[in-house]
Design a protein around this ligand. Structure first.
Ligand code: LMR
Length: 398
């Protein structure tokens, strides 16, 4: 079957991790995939997660199937985190949540569902966006279009360009937005800018689809939900793909959710029925463990506080590494101004390093950066920061 078929290219992000694992250079540094590392270079299991797992080991009595939409406690916990405890969206019952296998699974379920009812729609993605967005929506059969987002000249948001592009989006098309911690740029909208985008979306009648994979990595779980709250208040139909991979460190438990918000409870019930029939033919029902862990933590005030503390620690360490990188490069006499890295949010920085420099760093220094110059700041540690700064400084002199 495969004799005359060419091998598919390696994934631009996960393929890098494979190459990194096979690299025998002891100085190697992985600044590719968006996975948090502590200062010792490990991706720890959070203390709150371990505690919840111990509770589950004691309490769990069955491994029977979950409902198609997942554990009901999980759906409720997801909504509480997305909208806030006393949100009108929750009390009015106009949100429908399914536990999806990770943020990617949530996006794909959403894409499949949209394809059933919005066959002619185009999906608008930011320029640039996470590489897998293109794959996910193309695989579901959508034509893609791009809206302006990042200005490589100023290393900042091209908000006028973004609005101008979004003005042209016809009613019924889907607009994929990063709710916070834009991947790959690290450049977010401020509250005023979000208000304008929400108003425009409502006026034009496009379907907003929010990718919310980094809640808590921007300014905190509450501040980061601003875009979600604004779309909810607008009373429009919209989708949210969220994930506990990063903020709970539950990467390999594939713990994500797709939430559909509708103007009324009745519409939300219809939405849930189609969500369920979509899930049933893809993976039937979700894996349980990660969702039960997250739900256990979110329902217990002591574990919740512990988790928030751990999340704050992760965010603070990344912020410290942003400064260490900027100052480390300046201290080595690098003339280019990298101070914009301190303004970016989340795990990533669009560093402005060219693809030639990215290749040079990988080939000569075993430093792995995603093509386009995206650096995962969480891969930097006090142990490797000097090596990384020396290497970038050397690369920039070439
Ligand atoms: C990333 O952007 O590195 C992460 O979201 C992991 C992934 O699946 O690509």
């Amino acid at each position: 079957m495969w004799k005359n078929i060419e091998a598919a290219p390696a994934d631009s992000i996960l393929g890098l991790t494979e190459a990194f694992k096979n690299d025998s250079n002891p100085a190697k540094v992985n600044l590719g995939v968006g996975v948090y590392k502590d200062d010792a270079g490990n991706t720890p299991i959070l203390g709150s997660v371990k505690a919840a797992e111990r509770i589950l080991v004691e309490k769990e009595t069955t491994k029977s199937y979950l409902p198609i939409s997942g554990d009901p406690g999980y759906g409720a916990a997801v909504q509480k985190l997305l909208f806030g405890e006393n949100s009108e969206v929750i009390t009015s019952g106009r949100a429908a949540t399914v536990h999806a296998p990770g943020g990617t699974g949530a996006l794909r379920v959403g894409a499949e569902l949209l394809k059933k009812f919005k066959k002619q729609a185009k999906v608008w993605i930011s320029k640039p966006t996470w590489a897998n967005h293109k794959g996910i929506f193309s695989a579901a059969g959508f034509e893609l279009a791009e809206y302006a987002y990042y200005d490589a000249g100023t290393m900042s948001l091209d908000f006028d360009g973004m609005l101008a592009s979004l003005e042209t989006v016809p009613a019924g098309d889907v607009v994929l937005l990063h709710a916070c911690c834009h991947n790959p740029s690290g450049v977010d909208l401020n509250e005023e800018q979000w208000s304008k985008v929400v108003a425009l979306g409502k006026e034009k009648g496009w379907v907003p689809f929010l990718d919310f994979a980094y809640q808590g990595f921007g300014a905190g779980v509450e501040a980061d939900r601003y875009a979600v709250e604004q779309f909810a208040a607008a009373g429009v139909d919209f989708f949210v793909a969220s994930s506990f991979s990063k903020n709970f460190g539950l990467y390999n438990e594939r713990t994500g959710a797709l939430t559909l918000i509708s103007p009324t409870k009745e519409e939300s019930q219809v939405a849930m029925s189609h969500l369920k029939s979509t899930v049933r033919v893809i993976y039937s029902n979700p894996p349980a463990h990660g969702g039960l862990v997250a739900a256990t933590i979110l329902a217990d005030s002591a574990l919740y506080d512990q988790w928030i503390g751990e999340l704050d620690e992760m965010r603070d360490r990344i912020v410290a590494m942003r400064s260490a990188l900027v100052e480390g490069l300046a201290a080595r006499g690098v003339e280019r101004d990298f101070s914009f890295i301190k303004e970016q949010r989340g795990m990533f920085s669009f560093s402005g390093l060219s693809d030639d420099i990215v290749s040079w760093l990988r080939d000569n220094k075993a430093i792995y950066v995603v093509g386009g110059g995206r650096i995962n700041l969480a891969g930097l540690t006090t142990g490797n920061i000097d090596y990384v700064c020396d290497s970038i400084a050397e690369a920039l002199k070439k």
